[in-house]
Design a binder for this molecule. Structure first.
Ligand SMILES: [Mg+2]
Length: 342
């Protein structure tokens, strides 16, 4: 008898999550949101808590041949804080678990923790626990972040409404382009160890890949302006993929405009140098950790002049679909290629 075998790559990451979620039943009334957003939401009396966790593996999520341990530690915290930010909550605590092979010295662990502690300081979170264990295959880091907000402040992926304005922070595509540069210079180095990596002209894009910053600044500013985004998600897998998540959860469509998409000049020039289409990098590049959110039109005036928030389109009816209006005025269906881990 042959057993059925389905390859995980056939499903992909998101379908795998949906598949696993099917077997989970929520039992506690305090579980306000389980799987299916940037973080879970738990009723906690006066406030709600949000909880998110990420697992980072050497060789899959980071490459220590070019990523300094300090940066790896910082980034491991930042990506979790980014998911707390995406719920419109304030991060308060993290737990840090690591698995190490005997390749790592105490000094190496100290360097990793220096990065973790620097991020904890930067985001105002306390390291409250974790676990350490042995690993047979390099470094593994798992961080769980806990954040806090009032119930009515939480932004789910599911709240986008027709005619809401689609907003994005910062600029996009840089982390992907930075990764391509780091990989290119690594290959040059492998081929000829006497060659020094040429990274001087690429500090912005490589910095965006190695040491992203979660946009807590934007969350605090929106609090001061009394804006609660109708929906929000952080951009870890690429703008198009995140737009698909919001559209699916909210039951809406979207139209975005190519000429409104934010891209840094160095990202644009480097993409061209690498033979990549800059707009494809913006739409499908992962790991920028910027925020994608929707706001009611009445809030537009409050953000209109913000130097780091870009208004890239609007929410439509689901039947209208998901579209990109190009610079030449043609309309193209959006495709979510995303960032494939499998
Ligand atoms: Mg996220």
């Amino acid at each position: 008898m042959s057993e059925k075998r389905t390859e995980i790559s056939e499903l992909g990451e998101f379908a795998l999550i949906d598949h696993l979620n099917e077997s989970i039943k929520i039992k506690n009334a305090s579980t306000l949101k389980g799987i299916g957003d940037d973080a879970a939401v738990i009723d906690s009396g006066e406030t709600v808590k949000v909880v998110t966790t990420d697992l980072l593996l050497e060789g899959v999520h980071f490459d220590l041949s070019y990523a300094p341990l300090h940066h790896v530690g910082f980034k491991a915290v930042a990506v979790n804080v980014s998911d707390v930010a995406a719920m419109n909550a304030i991060p308060k605590q993290i737990t840090v678990s690591i698995a190490l092979s005997n390749r790592f010295s105490v000094e190496a662990v100290d360097a990793l923790y220096a990065g973790i502690n620097a991020a904890a300081e930067h985001y105002g979170v306390d390291v409250i626990g974790g676990d350490t264990t042995a690993s047979h295959s390099g470094l593994v880091i798992s961080i769980t972040a806990i954040g806090e907000a009032k119930k009515e402040q939480i932004s789910y992926r599911s709240g986008a409404k027709v005619n809401d304005i689609v907003c994005v922070t910062g600029d996009l595509g840089a982390a992907l382009v930075g990764l391509q540069i780091l990989e290119r210079e690594k290959q040059v180095f492998i081929a000829n160890p006497d060659m020094k990596p040429q990274l001087e002209n690429f500090t912005y894009v490589t910095g965006r890949q190695l040491k992203p910053d979660a946009r807590m600044d934007i969350i605090h500013e929106m609090r001061d302006l009394e804006i609660v985004p109708s929906s929000m998600i952080d951009i870890s897998d690429g703008l198009a993929s995140e737009l698909f998540h919001i559209c699916k959860s909210s039951g809406v469509g979207v139209t975005i405009y190519e000429d409104k998409l934010p891209i840094d000049k160095q990202t644009f020039d480097t993409a061209v140098e690498l033979g990549l289409d800059p707009i494809t990098c913006v739409l499908n590049g992962g790991e920028d950790y910027e925020l994608l959110f929707t706001i009611d039109q009445k809030d537009y005036e409050k953000l209109e002049k913000h130097p780091d928030i870009h208004f890239i389109g609007h929410v439509t009816n689901a039947e209208e679909g998901k579209y990109l209006v190009t610079k030449s005025g043609t309309t193209a269906q959006l495709k979510a290629q995303g960032w494939k881990h499998f």
